[in-house]
Each structure stands twice: as C-alpha cells, then as structure tokens.
Unconditional design. Structure first.
Length: 104
C-alpha cells in the first residue's frame, strides 16, 4: 500500500521558497541575459511565468504557515521581503528547515 504523507504548511513553504529562489536566480542570471544578449525573449517569457507562479505560491504558503505557526507580523514581513531579494530564499529555506526540526 502507498504511504500517505501529510506535509505541514511549513514544509510546503520551505519547498516553495527553495523553488522560488531557484526560479529567481534563473530568471536574473540566465533568462535575462539570453533575452538581451542573445535576442531570445522567450526565455524571459517562460521562466518569468514559472517564477511568477512560484512567487504567488510562496505568498500563499507564507500565509498558511503564518496561520499554522502563529508567527509575528514582523517575521512574516521579513519572509516576504526575503522573496524579493536574490539568494535570500535559500537562507530562508535553511532557517525554516532548522525551525521545523526543532518543532518535530
């Protein structure tokens, strides 16, 4: 039988934060240069769509984790700002993994 795995909103948020961070880096350092230096605007179109979707999921799972974990508004604002800065979502994911291990 298949084992049912139920993930916490924190676990889901961590995974989305990692994916969102990767998509942001790819958008900035791969797709944008391809658009402007190689004349390939479709790179930005498709990577931008993926990043946009992941950003929306990041915010949705941030709200879910906020509700579940009863985080302060300050922490939520910091986590939101972190999504706007390249490389910071990787740090967020690491810290949330540590928090998840302490709780479990």
């Amino acid at each position: 039988m298949a084992k049912l795995i139920i993930m916490s909103s924190l676990n889901l948020f961590r995974k989305v934060a990692l994916a969102e961070g990767i998509s942001y880096i790819v958008l900035l350092f791969v797709a944008m240069p391809l658009k402007y230096w190689a004349g390939l605007p479709l790179a930005v179109k498709y990577v931008g769509w993926a990043h946009g979707l992941l950003f929306v999921l990041y915010i949705a799972f941030l709200m879910m984790a906020w509700q579940e974990r009863k985080w302060s508004i300050g922490k939520v604002i910091i986590l939101f700002i972190a999504s706007l800065l390249p490389f910071v979502p990787f740090y967020v994911e690491k810290k949330l993994k540590e928090e998840e291990q302490v709780v479990n």
